[in-house]
Design a protein around this ligand. Structure first.
Ligand code: ADP
Ligand code: 5GP
Length: 233
């Protein structure tokens, strides 16, 4: 039994595995956790479903939700808007399941300020190679989009000192056990501050090299098209 009133908030850079961990928590422990489905203006990826993965709305609909006070928090991430419907955080009485939020660091700060008794856990990828492999392996983003996400991720990693609880997502089962240990208030669930700082430096170095590589190899078609007229002169 947790001493936390909820919700459980997972933050961390894109590709760290927040969505995967949140889904696993909900499917393995439906008595303890429910998903918090966010609203977004971004387009659905292949396989994503309205109402299950996100509520996909237009910019006008999103702005209307802000004006109507229907979002507990919202933020602009990777050039799109994302928000948590206030209804998702409505207090349930008794020992019912708590919502699991997978949101960006700004959103997490806003949820903490609301004083809802949230437990925030920062999910870290194990190392740059695994991280970049996961981002690319998801197969849902173009190289340009991956570079953009890595740039945003550098900002998310700089927010690490604001957080207290960390879990390195190497092997999924172990990650889930560690998140549950934090949730239960057990000691030894997470990585130490110095371990986290060293890991972040490696992740940042890896992200910078990958961004440079992606930018070098980016858009050969455009380059050829631009070159062609000059070559003809
Ligand atoms: P986020 O929500 O943080 O952006 P996702 O949950 O979408 O990240 O995960 C990014 C990719 O990494 C997905 O393809 C997912 O299947 C994979 N992944 C997540 N956790 C693990 C893990 N522990 N081991 C291997 N692959 C993982
Ligand atoms: P994705 O496009 O990969 O699904 O999500 C991009 C980023 O938006 C992730 O960092 C994710 O955590 C964040 N995000 C998703 N939903 C919300 C939300 O409701 N609020 C905020 N602030 N961020 C969100």
């Amino acid at each position: 039994m947790s001493g936390v009133a909820g919700p459980l908030v997972l933050v961390g850079p894109s590709g760290a595995g927040k969505t995967t961990v949140a889904n696993e928590l909900v499917s393995a422990h439906p008595d303890r956790f429910v998903p918090s489905v966010s609203v977004t203006t971004r387009r659905p990826r292949d396989g994503e479903r309205h109402g299950r993965d996100y509520l996909f709305v237009s910019r006008a609909e999103f702005d209307e939700m802000i004006r109507g006070g229907r979002l507990a928090e919202w933020a602009e991430v990777h050039g799109e808007r994302y928000g948590t419907p206030a209804d998702n955080l409505r207090e349930e009485s008794g020992d019912g399941p708590v919502p699991v939020l997978d949101i960006d660091v700004l959103g997490a700060g806003r949820i903490l300020k609301r004083g809802t008794g949230a437990l925030v856990i920062f999910i870290l990828p194990p190392g740059p190679a695994e991280w970049i492999g996961r981002l690319a392996g998801r197969g849902t983003e173009s190289p340009r989009e991956i570079a953009r996400r890595l740039r945003t991720a550098l900002g998310e990693l700089r927010a690490v000192p604001l957080f207290e609880r960390f879990v390195v997502n190497a092997e999924l089962d172990r990650t889930v056990r560690r998140v549950l240990a934090h949730w239960a208030g057990e000691p030894g669930g997470g990585a130490s501050a110095s371990e986290v700082a060293a890991r972040c430096r490696r992740l940042e170095d890896g992200a910078r090299s990958e961004i440079a590589r992606l930018e070098e190899t980016e858009d050969p078609t455009t380059t050829n098209a631009e070159r062609a007229p000059r070559e003809r002169e």
